[in-house]
Design a protein. Structure first.
Length: 300
């Protein structure tokens, strides 16, 4: 209990809200592999592992400045960078140990991120409830530490029970400036009924707060239609265009309106810049069509 300050509750956490507009899609860009051109998008998401390393319980930023990071990842300085700490449990736990004994927030501040999505400490259904409360509190502590280091945060709203949703309601009520919230849809919520239920619950949360929320749906492309139907604005974050390009696959729309990956080899040693640009445009168009159809269905 000592590492969570002796209580599962938070003490009026002050969260620093990102001051930016996040587009409806932000691609995950983990590295510059196979690329030579500069990515000039409104926003991208960079995984935590791409910007920090953990050694001997100490965390170190891989870059000494935003300029160095953008140069190494081939990003325009105009591109907003969201650091995504939603990842595997082992990476999150290493980062937590480093947070306790090191300078996690201060190291991230070196690259001046436009926003940091707080780690999604796992909520398991087959462990004592206290483990969930412990992880929920750890998520809030990380958000507080990042905020104190002038790193704007996007809280990740993990929830299993109504009590968890009440916790987030209270946290967001105490932070009326916060509109961006994150939710991961790649694992348990990838199942259609669970994912849709989570979106409904997010909508109920914004109704209870009396103000619009802007969900950042990680791996939530399949729910783009429903998200845009329920929320005035939202963002999909995924790595599909990047990794399809790495594997030399082209996102292609079939005559039946579906999208599939088709082999698209490049010459030996050739960069993937053109293929990646095409896949990004195609994926963004697919998500735009889903958003537009939700507006028509909703009468907006």
């Amino acid at each position: 209990m000592a590492e969570i300050n002796g209580t599962f509750r938070y003490a009026k956490a002050g969260l620093l809200e990102p001051r930016l507009e996040i587009p409806r899609y932000a691609s995950v860009i983990p590295n510059a592999s196979g690329r030579t051109a500069i990515i000039n998008k409104a926003a991208v998401a960079v995984p935590l592992r791409s910007v920090v390393r953990v050694e001997n319980n100490q965390i170190h930023c891989r870059y000494q400045s935003r300029e160095e990071m953008n140069d190494q990842l081939r990003l325009s300085m105009r591109t907003k960078v969201i650091i995504c700490c939603v990842t595997h449990d082992d990476e999150i736990e290493r980062a937590w140990v480093a947070t306790r004994f090191g300078r996690f927030a201060q190291e991230l501040y070196k690259i001046r991120p436009n926003a940091v999505i707080v780690p999604n400490f796992s909520f398991f259904t087959d462990v004592p409830r206290t483990h969930t409360l412990y992880n929920r509190k750890r998520s809030t502590i990380v958000a507080e530490l990042l905020s104190q280091a002038d790193c704007p945060v996007i809280p990740h709203l993990s929830a299993l029970t109504e009590n968890d949703w009440l916790y987030w309601y209270e946290l967001l009520s105490d932070n009326p400036n916060v509109k961006f919230v994150a939710k991961e849809f790649q694992t348990g919520l990838a199942r259609g009924d669970l994912g849709e239920r989570a979106i409904e619950r997010l909508d109920r949360l914004q109704q209870a707060l009396g103000r619009p929320l802007h969900p950042i749906a990680i791996g939530g492309g399949k729910y783009a239609h429903k998200l845009h139907h329920k929320f005035d604005s939202c963002t999909i974050v995924d790595s599909r265009p990047f990794f399809r390009s790495i594997y030399r696959q082209r996102l292609t729309r079939t005559p039946f309106g579906k999208y599939e990956e088709r082999s698209s080899p490049t010459p030996t040693g050739a960069p993937i810049d053109k293929l990646l640009s095409y896949n990004l445009r195609t994926h963004e168009w697919r998500l735009k069509c889903a958003a537009d159809s939700s507006r028509r269905v909703g009468g907006g």
